[in-house]
Design a protein around this ligand. Structure first.
Ligand SMILES: O=C(O)c1cccc(C(=O)CC[C@H]2O[C@@H](n3cnc4c(=O)[nH]cnc43)[C@H](O)[C@@H]2O)c1
Ligand SMILES: [Zn+2]
Length: 353
């Protein structure tokens, strides 16, 4: 069961502060954010699927033996998303869950290749996510932006298709800001994706590959050198290389840290062994994120509570972490100033109580 991942140690007041704190989420996957209710509903609609409909069985199903097992389970949930209406509903509900946690801005990682190869029409797919994005902003005030990621293990065919979908002016959605690379890292060398990242960057997209989640620091170097990464998804193994940490700190290349994810996929053994403290000590810009929250029995608020414990933070420290995410985001200057102002106002109000 994954419930034990929710941090029981955070003091009550700090939990309430985190719940109130305006936040930005920079590393959260689209299908990986499907709530148990949505997954159960979709699984009931598709009885041929192996995904359980019962929420308790679902919690067991979302307990992973290793990263490869996690990806298998992830793809079984991807298999449940079969129509543009499924895509729209999922996206809108994800935004609702983010808004409930005072997330003002989120960059959602979407894998369009996984949907188009399963038969969803590409135009209808783009319309569905854009429709949900506009509805979410109007109704919840949460601004959504997209990162389209290549599922690296699916090879260069997937890279070509993702790049086409991200750069074709007739298809490219208005909310798209960045280009990523996800899935397993072992045997999926970053340099082979350089031509695809070059095209995406030339089309104005930011580079945000996963790297160093399940392999060593060389993968992070490769992401920086070959894919011109502006932020790194996870980057956990960077802690093994002091020169890399110094490089990340000097160039303000943020790490998208997702502590509970790293435990759930068994990339890191225990939270107390998570290298987040080393990142902070080295002066790296650390952002806190949730990755695939319901699958890992967490949410963004809980990840902030975990970070508060691991880094021994009070309200001011948590506000700084929230501001790191705003700084590292691809929001425009006015958008950054607005959310930073909200974080400061919320913190001042809490401290004056
Ligand atoms: O869709 C397919 O048919 C397909 C075929 C072969 C391989 C893949 C993938 O590897 C998909 C990976 C999938 O996982 C997403 N994801 C979610 N959380 C994480 C994470 O923490 N680290 C890496 N990848 C993650 C990723 O966005 C892809 O959608 C697919
Ligand atoms: Zn991820």
């Amino acid at each position: 069961m994954t419930q034990h991942l929710v941090d029981p140690h955070a003091p009550r007041d700090l939990k309430a502060f985190i719940a109130d704190l305006p936040k930005a989420e920079l590393h959260v996957h689209h299908v990986g954010s499907a709530s148990p209710r949505i997954v159960s509903e979709l699984a009931a609609r598709h009885p041929d699927s192996k995904v359980p409909t019962d929420p308790e069985a679902l919690a067991d199903y979302f307990t992973f033996t290793d990263f490869a097992h996690f990806i298998d389970v992830y793809l079984s949930v991807v298999d449940l998303i079969r129509t543009p209406e499924d895509v729209r509903l999922l996206t809108y509900e994800v935004a609702r869950d983010l808004a409930r946690q005072q997330v003002r801005y989120a960059e959602l990682t979407i894998t369009p290749f996984s949907s188009t190869r399963r038969g969803i029409d590409e135009r209808a797919f783009m319309d569905a996510i854009e429709d949900a994005r506009k509805a979410a902003e109007a109704e919840f005030g949460t601004v959504l932006r997209w990162c389209f990621d290549i599922p690296g293990e699916a090879g260069l065919e997937a890279a070509e298709e993702t790049t086409r979908l991200a750069t074709d002016d007739r298809l490219r959605p208005e909310g798209l800001v960045s280009f990523g690379l996800g899935g397993p890292e072992v045997g999926v060398e970053r340099p082979q994706f350089k031509p695809y990242f070059d095209r995406a960057i030339a089309a104005g997209l930011h580079s945000v590959p996963h790297a160093g989640e399940t392999t060593g620091p060389q993968t992070v170097w490769d992401a920086l050198t070959h894919l011109r990464a502006e932020r790194i998804g996870h980057g956990t193994s960077s802690a093994q290389d002091p020169k890399l940490l110094a490089h990340l700190a000097e160039h303000r290349i943020a790490l998208e840290v997702c502590p509970t994810s790293n435990i759930a996929t068994r990339a890191v053994r225990t939270l107390d062994e998570h290298p987040i403290k080393e990142f902070v000590r080295a002066g790296v810009l650390v952002t806190i994120n949730s990755d695939d929250p319901p699958m890992f029995g967490t949410d963004l608020d809980n990840e902030y509570a975990v970070a508060a414990r691991l880094l021994d933070l009070d309200e001011r420290g948590l506000a700084e972490l929230a501001k790191n995410a705003v700084e590292a985001s691809f929001l425009d200057t006015a958008g950054k100033a607005r959310i930073t102002g909200e974080i400061d106002a919320c913190t001042a109000q809490w401290l004056s109580r």
